[in-house]
Design a binder for this molecule. Structure first.
Ligand code: BES
Ligand code: MN
Ligand code: MN
Length: 480
């Protein structure tokens, strides 16, 4: 491939010329409420998948929209697209992964504008940039858009969306609901997918507007739902209070025992397989310009709220330690006014974030065994293993990660920090365990993007610089 810096400059210029167009296209996609967890939105997921497939076709990809799941229980479709390499291409075969599904928009009343009616808001005096506000703006449609717009610019300028590099694109529609059909999909398309040398994902964040990042690891997840059953009917709390178990209070007492005074998880064996943090890693993380007190302030918390497992910094707790969380808890009467009732059952959603080398099924089993050992007198558990995924950590010295680092540095005019993320992206663990493929997380989100929250946003500068980063990564791997 010729060393063609004029070509790269033209591609970057094409990106600048298309800035408005890129935002318009993103808004088009964001209008489709592709909520994967709600069956009622299955047609919207189809629509969002086709929308992305059309953008890929437009720039020369061969696109398939493939079903997942079974006939009885169909899943959301996968967009699988491919572009052939130009003859003589010697670089890596890249598998770009993204997800077109989004989280539910609830609570709706907290949105300043309707979640699926995207609006552009101007920059504010306190440093928030011009941005598009909508569900899915940063997670993950806006970030997938950075890749799609790079393809558009390369296609228009050089006649090939990835400048002759071999790319496969996989866009999933169930990431936000646990990627339950993805494992079977990856197995079913193993022959094609395992040809890739490396996976590339834009679904993570940066340190700040000034400091971009390459993420070299995400945590795993084990997600459960537990119900504690007591009486076979709801009871009058005057007649029965003090005479029999109240499943809500009993469930609260049990779950409160998940942590000790040092905020360590009390489940026996929970930490057995945890790989200790390397001293070099702790030193490197301590150098990252991250201010926990400032971060707490932005979410409305004082410095006293800097709590978590004793002996670890906030970043260490987020990136390198496992945790237990109660994500939801319900039972009894929660409507307006008062109702004196002891309900027959109470439930909670309890999840665990995992680090190497914890296995989701193993942690779930240990948790369930722990619950069974604490069954309140006269009560009975109903325990459901919802879903899980392995965490991953990838080598920071691979040629592909280094190329991504150079591309990001050029796109942002600043060296990227090497960071990890506390979030989970199930596909990464699957690709590693099933196909032996490592992932590079080249993400463009900001801490205040309100991921999964009302008023989610993606800043236009993140869209622009992210697009540049993808275009420059293509330049890196094709020697342009
Ligand atoms: N993009 C996020 C993961 C993420 C969040 C990475 C924040 C970096 C920073 C992803 O879409 C997500 O939300 N994943 C879920 C996975 C779950 C539903 C299996 C998560 O982490 O809770
Ligand atoms: Mn995501
Ligand atoms: Mn998400």
């Amino acid at each position: 491939m010729p060393n063609d810096s004029a070509m790269v400059e033209s591609v970057l210029k094409a990106i600048e010329n298309e800035r408005k167009g890129a935002v318009t296209r993103l808004i088009d996609w964001l209008r489709i409420p592709s909520i994967s967890t709600d069956p009622k939105h299955a047609p919207d997921c189809e629509k969002a998948a086709r929308w992305a497939g059309d953008r890929l076709s437009e720039c020369g990809f061969k696109v398939e929209i493939l079903p997942t799941g079974t006939r009885e229980e169909p899943g959301r479709p996968v967009v699988l697209a491919e572009i052939d390499a130009k003859p003589g291409y010697k670089g890596p075969h890249v598998l770009f992964y993204g997800h077109y599904d989004v989280q539910p928009a609830d609570p709706l009343n907290l949105w300043e504008s309707p979640p699926f009616d995207p609006v552009i808001k101007p920059a504010t005096s306190d440093g928030v940039g011009e941005r598009v506000v909508a569900r899915g703006a940063v997670d993950d449609k806006g970030q997938v858009m950075t890749f799609l717009e790079s393809c558009r610019a390369w296609h228009k300028t050089a006649g090939h969306a990835t400048n002759g590099a071999r790319f496969t694109v996989l866009l999933e529609g169930e990431e936000e609901s646990g990627s339950e059909n993805l494992e079977a999909f990856v197995q079913g398309h193993k022959a094609r997918l395992e040809k890739a040398d490396v996976c590339l994902i834009s679904d993570t964040g940066m340190v700040s507007r000034e400091i971009p990042a390459i993420t070299y690891g995400v945590r795993g997840l084990a997600y459960t739902e537990v119900t504690l059953h007591a009486s076979n009917q709801d009871l009058h709390s005057g007649m029965w209070g003090g005479r029999c178990p109240n499943p809500i209070s009993e469930l609260c007492k049990v779950l409160a025992g998940l942590w000790d005074a040092d905020r360590r998880v009390t489940i026996p064996g929970f930490y057995d397989d945890v790989r200790a943090l390397a001293p070099e890693e702790r030193t490197a993380w301590a150098r990252i310009p991250f201010d926990q007190i400032d971060a707490l302030k932005k979410i409305g918390l004082p410095k006293e709220a800097d709590v978590g497992e004793k002996g670890f910094t906030a970043l260490e707790r987020e990136w390198g330690r496992p945790t237990a969380e109660i994500n939801g808890i319900w039972g009894g009467y929660t409507g307006p006014g008062a109702k004196t009732v002891i309900p027959s059952h109470a439930s909670a959603k309890v999840s665990f974030r995992l680090v190497a080398d914890l296995k989701p099924t193993d942690i779930t089993q240990k948790f369930f065994a722990w619950l069974k050992g604490r069954t309140p007198p006269g009560c009975r558990w109903e325990l459901t293993d919802m879903h899980g995924g392995f965490g991953v950590t990838v080598p920071v010295d691979s040629p592909e990660l280094k190329a991504a680092g150079r591309a990001v540095a050029r796109a942002f005019g600043n060296e990227p920090a090497l960071i990890k993320s506390g979030g989970s992206i199930p596909v990464a663990g699957m690709l590693k365990s099933q196909l032996g493929i490592d992932t590079i997380f080249m993400g463009f989100g900001l801490d205040d993007d309100r991921v999964h929250s009302p008023n989610e946003k993606f800043e236009l500068e993140c869209l622009r610089k992210g697009t540049r980063a993808h275009a420059l990564l293509v330049a890196e791997i094709t020697g342009a």
